[in-house]
Design a protein around this ligand. Sequence first.
Ligand code: ADP
Ligand code: FDM
Length: 215
Amino acid sequence: SGVMAGKRGALIVLEGVDKAGKTTQCNKLVQALQQSGQSVEMMRFPDRTTIIGQLISAYLEKKSDLEDHVVHLLFSANRWEMVPSMKKKLEQGTTLVVDRYAFSGAAFTSAKPGFCLDWCKKPDVGLPKPDLVMFLQLSPAQAALRGQFGEERYEIDDFQRTVQQKFDQLMKDPSVNWQEIDASQSIEDVHREITTHSLNTINTAQNLPLGELWK
Ligand code: ADP
Ligand code: FDM
């Protein structure tokens, strides 16, 4: 970055099992940061609006079947296709709040028989590294209180339990800045915690180069 370069934005990711409150909290965080005068945008993966995203969406809605390796690589490609615009926005000082990222990618595929976590991480090695990953922690029992699962692929209790175990493994990696959040609190209490972590991260990230994930 040159002499006149401004401060970069932060890459902030929310992860967690289904119904943990990711989407609710991403929306509230974006609103709060906007109100505090930050330049901020929300993103979500999968991004179902692209061509690759439409293939993924049809698969999740069970309108099509795809081989397990293929769909894993499509999820990863759906992140890589956004990388140029993500980097540009971050460099311009915009903070990105992202609903799911490569951690969901690795956790969900490695929960399938015959897939190891290490293989599942490989296609996402080198993606922009989040400055902060908040994991919304919620037990399956508490998730069940938030209503029934929908009709999409992966919305099955046993599978979600295995996904949680894979997330637990991923969270042992100290090269990623994980923050575990107790997602069983009220929406407002979770929001306060997430906002505090995010503001701290925005302040520290602006003086640091953007990292490369799992590299
Ligand atoms: P996710 O994106 O992680 O699947 P959502 O944000 O869509 O989760 O929330 C799932 C459901 O749980 C929604 O009906 C939402 O209103 C509700 N919910 C979210 N956060 C909380 C909370 N802290 N306490 C109770 N219900 C919540
Ligand atoms: N998912 C999400 C994956 O299997 N791999 C990925 O890389 C990502 C980003 O897709 F079941 C799964 C997780 C979830 C589904 O659901 C997407 P939402 O409701 O759009 O988050």
